[in-house]
Write a protein that binds this ligand. Structure first.
Ligand code: KG4
Ligand code: ZN
Length: 340
């Protein structure tokens, strides 16, 4: 029987310091996340320098906890994996430097992982039957990518946002309505009390790729609506407003995802990233997939937002395919998917 591959994975690309121990790509032995959200809430968004400093403070204890919870020691670890981009450079550097030191001191292989590849791979954790090829819609705070997952580690980007990422639009609208940071979960909750058809917001029309997204027009329409209500002294129904905004985002995501799955001739679609935990989006995808006889995969909410278990899942397939990083691995803040 082949020996188990046990990966210690580290993630520090934005505002979560995370470490996880993952066995054979799909079995999460531990998943520790130290969130900095409370610190950044004070400023209405992530402050890069605060993020780096906090990662520096937290990283060693987060790793220690991950090993403890998994009931393993460094000796049991096969390889060290780390997110090396995209993300905030100072934040990434903390994880990368830490992973390199561990790999060097312990004489273990080092595997640099693309953050988006991690988000996609979060789907492997709870779905033993999911294997490429499939289509994945990655919707996070920094990215909106429609990806054709051809094989493990082999990706074709079908469409992306031309301006704001979906999560960014959620965060900006939430801030305008006074809900605070991070906006996604707050809008998700408030929208349940509102009418999604109350306000007709524009659906983006984009020249060029049919799979591309655009959310800045929608965001401006929401801001204009708020301004014009304030000027006319009309009280805004916040629940209706955010429900209508959310429904416009969800519609544009679901339509393109279903178009892609048909065109790619697959019957499997997955979603990933922080926005993939949005309940209206999950419900709408589930409905569309049922109607079209498509198998729908989505990670539990804890694996949608940033975590290190997804990095360990992605790294496993790199490991068995012989991919390794050198000790000269550096943080690449604007790393493109598919570039190694
Ligand atoms: O994947 P993630 O944790 O970090 C990035 O890689 O960006 O995504 C964070 C984003 C934030 O913009 C947050 O507002 C959004 O995901 N988000 C949500 C929900 N939970 C998190 N957006 C909509 N509904 C949610 N329930
Ligand atoms: Zn992320």
């Amino acid at each position: 029987m082949a020996k188990d591959v046990i990966i210690l994975a580290i993630e520090s690309s934005c505002d979560e310091t995370a470490a996880a121990v993952v066995k054979n790509g799909r079995d999460v032995l531990s998943n520790v996340i130290s969130s900095q959200i409370d610190l950044h809430t004070l400023y209405g968004g992530v402050v890069p320098e605060i993020a780096s400093r906090k990662h520096m403070e937290q990283i060693n204890q987060v790793i220690e906890q991950a090993l403890d919870k998994a009931n393993v020691t460094f000796d049991d670890i096969t390889a060290i994996a780390v997110t090396y981009g995209p993300g905030l450079v100072g934040a990434l550097l903390v994880g990368v430097a830490c992973a390199k030191s561990l790999a060097y001191a312990l004489k273990k292989p080092l595997i640099g992982v693309h953050h988006i590849e991690g988000h996609i791979s979060a789907n492997y954790i709870e779905n033993a039957d999911l294997e490429p090829p499939f289509v994945c819609l990655v919707v996070s705070g920094g990215h909106t990518h429609l990806v054709n997952v051809k094989d493990y580690g082999e990706y074709e980007i079908l469409g992306r946002t031309r301006d704001d990422a979906a999560g960014e639009a959620f965060d900006k609208v939430a801030r305008a309505v006074g809900l605070g940071y991070p906006g996604g979960p707050k809008i998700d909750k408030l929208a349940k009390e509102g009418n999604p058809n109350a306000i007709e917001f524009p659906r983006a029309k984009i020249d060029g790729s049919v799979y591309d997204f655009s959310f800045s027009g929608l965001k401006s329409a929401v801001l204009n609506y708020i301004n014009s209500c304030e000027m006319k002294n009309i009280e805004i129904n916040k629940a209706d407003l955010v429900a209508s905004f959310q429904s416009s985002v969800v519609e544009s995501l679901v339509t393109r995802a279903m178009m892609a799955v048909k065109e790619m001739n697959t019957d499997k679609i997955a979603i990933a990233g922080g926005v993939a935990s949005n309940t209206a989006f999950r419900d709408a995808m589930l409905k569309a997939c049922k109607e079209n006889n498509v198998k729908f995969y989505r990670p539990s909410a804890i694996y949608c937002t940033d975590n290190a278990a997804m990095i360990g899942a992605a790294a496993y397939y790199d490991y068995i395919n012989g991919k390794r990083s050198g000790l000269d691995l550096n943080a690449v803040p604007n790393l493109k998917l598919g570039e190694k």
